[in-house]
Design a protein around this ligand. Structure first.
Ligand code: ARG
Length: 452
């Protein structure tokens, strides 16, 4: 590539600083698929003969096999995956290989590779998201009747079902799924033919290339096509959001596994010991997931910061998008796999959860709503019950006289408020945890997650 314009070789320091083949080799399958599709368009345009196209396609497939087998020799002095493959092809088949890059730039080539990569990886991650949702749904079905205290501000707040909590995680992951689908749609646009930034004088059937590579659309502006990394940003954001959801979930599990809470226990296979304290069982898998969220957010911020500084069109800064992208993909993939394997092995301490869920203080709001049913305004009821709760006595231990002293709206039937399962039965609005609603939600998810 330097033979024409340059008389001196690139400094070794500059070479080492700028090479990307050490990481972008990961794109080889996409790079080769793109080159074969591009070569077929060159053939249709009369730039390549049918024979030349055959030689290129065969040569590229052989190179792909070599890379997959680990026998391909990468050369950092050839800078990136694109030039390594092109040089190997030309070495193999001569002149025809040297024609492949007609009308193409590495600027539209890398844009294509990244889009193909993003599409594939989204499909992989969606499958893993689905697997985790399946695992959550199974748990919700298995423990559909287990009560648990619900928290706000990490203070015990109101009773609910453990299944209600699990279904909440399913909801969040479903939004992640939607984001990924949306990101895939944005990535699904074919940029080849944009050249360096202004297309080329070689008229190519871009729609034909898109069809071969399974793209829904082609890019409509060649400057935008080589500049655009929005889809990488969308993807990194979607992945960071999955990380944030898993971090929150991890945090819940970590707290619940303490002896102070004692709600759950991690299986031995997914817990670690202490090198010092023989009695300890640590929730390291959940802690690592919480911690790895840091790099997911970091990778997103890294990309946004790169893009922020750029003028339009291709700039070499864009090479810095890849490691962030690869790292986030790998991190989320492994975290999803881990959670799907770890969840079915959790031990749920039903007695402990239910004994705390049965705390009558958690029904203070229900008690205020009872007064509302007797005609008291909610604000007044809130004050009355607040005073009773501050009395230091358990609410269900108050005598009829004590209730009466607080408000003469209280009647004999106030005792019924303190049956926690009945209290949950009364929560019938969509989204609330009545047992019927939970059953309905489980059925809804079963249908939704059914493989098509
Ligand atoms: N390695 C480059 C990247 O990742 C490929 C495109 C290089 N283009 C160029 N004009 N130097 O962005």
């Amino acid at each position: 590539m330097r033979e024409g314009r340059f008389s001196a070789a690139e400094s070794e320091i500059a070479q080492r600083y700028s090479e990307s083949v050490s990481f972008d080799r990961r794109l080889y399958r996409h790079d080769i698929a793109g080159s074969i599709a591009y070569a077929s368009a060159l053939a249709s345009a009369g730039i390549l003969s049918a024979d030349e196209f055959e030689m290129i396609a065969r040569g590229l497939r052989e190179i792909e096999n070599q890379i997959t087998a680990g026998t391909f020799v990468w050369d950092a002095s050839l800078e990136d995956v694109h030039m390594n493959i092109e040089a190997a092809l030309t070495k193999r088949i001569g002149l025809a290989g040297a024609k492949l890059h007609t009308g193409r730039s590495r600027n539209d080539q890398i844009a294509l590779d990244l889009r193909l990569f993003t599409r594939d990886e989204i499909d992989q991650i969606v499958a893993r998201l689905r697997a985790l949702q399946d695992a959550l749904l199974l748990l919700a079905q298995k423990y559909s009747e287990v009560l648990m205290p619900g928290y706000t501000h990490l203070q015990r707040a109101q009773p609910t079902y453990f299944a209600h909590y699990l279904l909440a995680q399913l909801e969040a992951l479903e939004r992640d799924h939607e984001r990924l689908r949306d990101t895939r749609r944005r990535a699904d646009v074919m940029p080849l033919g944009s050249g360096a930034l202004a297309g080329s004088t070689i008229a190519l059937d871009r729609e034909g290339i898109a069809k071969v590579l399974g793209f829904q659309r082609v890019t409509q502006n060649s400057i935008d096509a080589v500049s655009d990394r929005d889809f990488v940003g969308d993807f990194l954001y979607s992945l960071a959001m999955i990380g944030i959801h898993l971090s929150r979930f991890s945090e819940d599990l970590i707290i619940w596994s303490t002896s102070e809470f004692g709600f759950i226990e991690f299986s031995d296979a997914f817990a670690t010991g202490s090198s010092l304290m023989p009695q300890k069982k640590n929730p390291d898998m959940a802690e690592l997931t919480r911690g790895k969220c840091g790099r997911l957010i970091g990778n997103l911020v890294s990309l946004l910061t790169i893009l922020k500084g750029l003028p339009s069109s291709y700039n070499r800064d864009l090479q810095e998008d890849k490691e962030a992208l690869f790292d986030s993909v790998d991190t989320v993939r492994s975290a999803l796999e881990l959670f799907s394997a770890m969840l079915p092995e959790l031990t749920i301490n039903r007695e402990r959860m239910e004994s705390l869920a049965n705390d009558p203080q958690l029904l203070a709001t229900d008690l205020a709503e009872y007064l509302v049913g007797k005609g008291v305004s909610f604000r007044e009821a809130h004050t009355i019950v607040g005073k009773l709760a501050a009395s230091g006595k358990q609410l269900d231990a108050l005598s009829n006289d004590e209730f009466r002293a607080a408000s003469n709206a209280f009647e004999e039937d106030v005792r019924e408020v303190f049956d926690v399962r009945k209290a949950l039965q009364r929560r019938t609005a969509t989204g609330s945890p009545s047992p019927e609603n939970i059953e309905r939600q489980i059925a809804r998810w079963r249908e939704l997650l059914e493989p098509e």
